[in-house]
Design a protein around this ligand. Structure first.
Ligand code: NI
Length: 182
């Protein structure tokens, strides 16, 4: 069967067709992340090259936290609702300014967290009109539109996806050859 590469905006019944296109792009980005995580050995989820470096689990948590943060702080200009706050107990970075090292959870918990945040995001964008999509929100350091936020979230996930791919490769090499230092 041929591999068909196209976006499916019809999956997102938005008021504005262009918003459905953006949601389809984000959906494709998530699918590509899932491919990188497919059949991930549980030990590789928590593996760190060095104690100060992130694990794949840390990065999955980070991707969800950043998505929720752009959604609530920037797009909606509000606080996290309680169910989202409960999903994200850890701050984005630790006292040293590094990405927080999160407690070890199974991959399903990570994927469910990401899916819950994504569902909340889609609900907001289904109803949005074009003026609101492009209306700049004024934050302390910058002005930002929801349109840019969706673009940015796809980029952000792609950057960390590559990082997760490299971590996985290193973790799997180590598990085959524990004496290796390379
Ligand atoms: Ni990041």
């Amino acid at each position: 069967m041929r591999d068909i590469r196209r976006l499916v905006p019809a999956h997102f019944p938005c008021r504005e067709p262009i918003i459905a296109e953006f949601l389809a792009i984000l959906d494709d980005a998530r699918e590509r992340t899932r491919v990188v995580l497919r059949d991930l050995p549980p030990a590789a989820l928590h593996w760190q090259l060095r104690p100060e470096l992130s694990s794949i689990g840390d990065l999955l948590y980070h991707i969800g936290l950043i998505e929720a943060d752009w959604l609530y702080a920037e797009v909606l200009e509000t606080e996290y609702p309680a169910p989202i706050r409960e999903l994200l107990p850890e701050e984005v970075s630790d006292a040293q300014g590094r990405l927080t090292h999160v407690k070890e959870e199974p991959i399903d918990v990570h994927l469910r967290r990401l899916a819950t945040i994504r569902t909340a995001l889609i609900e907001v964008f289904l109803e949005m009109d074009l003026a609101e999509f492009r209306r700049l929100r004024s934050l302390p350091g910058y002005d930002v539109s929801p349109e840019w936020v969706l673009h940015h979230l796809a980029q952000h996930e792609a950057e960390h996806r590559y990082q997760m791919k490299m971590i996985r490769k290193q973790a799997e090499q180590r598990s085959q050859d524990p004496a290796s230092t390379g």
